[in-house]
Ligand binder design. Structure first.
Ligand SMILES: C[S@@+](CC[C@H](N)C(=O)[O-])C[C@H]1O[C@@H](n2cnc3c(N)ncnc32)[C@H](O)[C@@H]1O
Length: 253
């Protein structure tokens, strides 16, 4: 048994309440999400998404590959995946699907995809219960969404159901660096600077304190890899990014 997200003030065993709290919190931060992401990460978030996209090339270069970005938020990874597919396959590439359970986030994503003239397929869906048949996707991605799920094992079981044989689940998540110098410096920034700026600008109360807490309580890369294998992925490769601040888990089915 692994576990799931534990936002303050909610019984972690009550998964419906946990999910509701998380959905409402993201709904509140949606209008300022991109601005805060760029500001607080100094645009490193875009570099990390780029690493995921490069690792996923064996899937993206197949025009017929079915690609799903779960917990897509404002759609940055949908755009990055779609751009790479277009570069590799031209107009023959099928559109990337983005899914999220927060309507305000999807509204922001929709605006962005229209602005960038990208083919759009956005779905309002809970990651635990995606309205698609088993083995529907060759590549499933989830960037900084997995940590927020109310039950990690149940999420991984759903992703294993959705992934086609030979398919891949790419999870990009924050982690706790253990690298000397990076760990204390980033720890200080994450604990003392980021929540203050994030909470003040987002106007959302505690969303950015939750971010810091949720990363400190999250699974280690080893625990996540073991849970993915238990859920049905045969091999997991991890890539540590920027001194272990984020970790990419490539889970192959
Ligand atoms: C930190 S944001 C990440 C957004 C985006 N992937 C990115 O790269 O910036 C997390 C997103 O996960 C979504 N989310 C969290 N739990 C979810 C669930 N159970 N089902 C669907 N979406 C979920 C939230 O609504 C939010 O948009």
């Amino acid at each position: 048994m692994t576990r799931g997200a534990t936002p303050a003030g909610v019984d972690p065993a009550n998964q419906v309440a946990v999910s509701r709290q998380i959905r409402e919190m993201f709904g509140r931060v949606a209008p300022r999400y991109d601005f805060l992401n760029r500001l607080l990460s100094l645009r490193i978030d875009q570099y990390w998404r780029g690493v995921l996209v490069r690792k996923a090339r064996p899937y993206l270069e197949r025009p017929e590959a079915r690609v799903l970005d779960l917990c897509c938020g404002t759609g940055d990874l949908v755009v990055a995946l779609d751009r790479e597919r277009k570069r590799l396959c031209g107009d023959a590439a099928s559109a990337v699907t983005g899914a999220d359970f927060s309507r305000p986030m999807l509204t922001e994503a929709g605006r962005k995809l229209v602005r960038k003239s990208r083919p759009m397929r956005l779905v309002e869906a809970d990651a635990f219960d995606v309205p698609a048949r088993a083995a529907s996707f060759d590549l499933i991605t989830i960037a900084w969404g997995f940590r927020n799920l109310a039950d990690y094992d149940a999420g991984l079981r759903e992703f294993a159901r959705l992934a086609a044989p030979g398919g891949c689940l790419a999870i990009l998540e924050f982690s706790q660096s253990t690298v000397p110098l990076v760990a204390p410096l980033f720890g200080f920034y994450f604990r003392h600077v980021l929540p203050r700026i994030g909470n003040a600008i987002s106007g959302s109360g505690g969303a950015y304190s939750y971010l810091q807490n949720s990363v400190e309580k999250f699974l280690t890369p080893g625990q996540l890899s073991a849970a993915a294998q238990k859920a049905g992925f045969r091999r997991v490769e991890t890539v540590s990014l920027s001194g272990g601040i984020s970790v990419l888990h490539m889970c192959y089915k």
